[in-house]
Design a binder for this molecule. Sequence first.
Ligand code: IPM
Ligand code: MG
Length: 354
Amino acid sequence: MEKEIVVLPGDGIGQEIIDSAIQVLEKIGEKYGHAFRFIHHDIGGTSYDKHGTPLTQEAIDDCLEADAVLLGAIGGPKWDNLPPEVRPEAGLLKIRKALNLYANIRPIKGFAPLLHASPLKEEIIKGADILIVRELTGGLYFGTPRERRNEGNEVVDTLLYTREEIERIVDIGFQSAMMRKKHLTSVDKANVLESSRMWREIVEEKSKEYPEVTVEHMLVDSASMRLITHPTSFDVIVTENMFGDILSDEASVLTGSIGMLPSASLSGKFGLYEPVHGSAPDIAGKGIANPLGMILSAAMMLRYSFDLQKEADAVEKAVETSLEKGYHTADLNVKNGTKVGTKEMTEIVISHIE
Ligand code: IPM
Ligand code: MG
């Protein structure tokens, strides 16, 4: 199989971990007979510094032509005081919209050697396996008007959703549940928001197409509580953009290792893959960043965009084996383990690819 992949290292440790993903993919290509071609572009603060914009049109054009996109991370204190339209985050929002990446998929599953580092008691977190499906191109993030008015004394953000936007993400929620334990929790704020009442109606309608899936509606405040008290009671969570942003950060720390978590932002089979963690400016350039979330994001790309299940399994297995053997980066706490840097960790994973 031949595939063209745009790589956007971004800022901070993004620059370091992206190479880990490329090396792992090259190894997979060698072993399984695929040719992956990589095209590099800037995004975020790095792009702003070089091109005066957090995302160039050339980068967008190449992404539109490619088979998938890999992203490291964006942001950093250096760019915190820029005007909103050129901040690193604006690059991320722009690429989501330009590539129509409406479905953000964040699997939250712990690794046995790391669970002891969870802020939750091990008996509460053990066995938790959650898939968050977050709407990514609508809602408060993109609605207009969004402005200060009345001489700066009034502010408005708009929460807008069309029926079609809700239907397509709810559908992904149901499809994901069908591939897992067939339990879907739809999270909303239907006791207050009109958008949530329509969301709930659509979930009810859609559930007729998926009779095997058990559906549960949950208010977002209660869901945020349940994630901590009963994380094992969830299978798939589907929710709108802002709720998904908040709940996925909450869920990401439960397994004790945010550095391990991958994500996919999809538009059909096409996708952008990035680790859940940020650009970690405090440790950037030191060669100690954890590349595993990035590597697991590449595995998600193999699985979701290229349908290479065996290859994705091989990468995930190699990561698991490396951890079981006690290897870990500075951010992880493995009992009696061996602490290694980004490069070594990557080499260890590659050596375990079968
Ligand atoms: C995320 C991030 C982004 C978001 C920021 C960086 C704009 O928090 O991917 O969850 O809010 O969507
Ligand atoms: Mg977020």
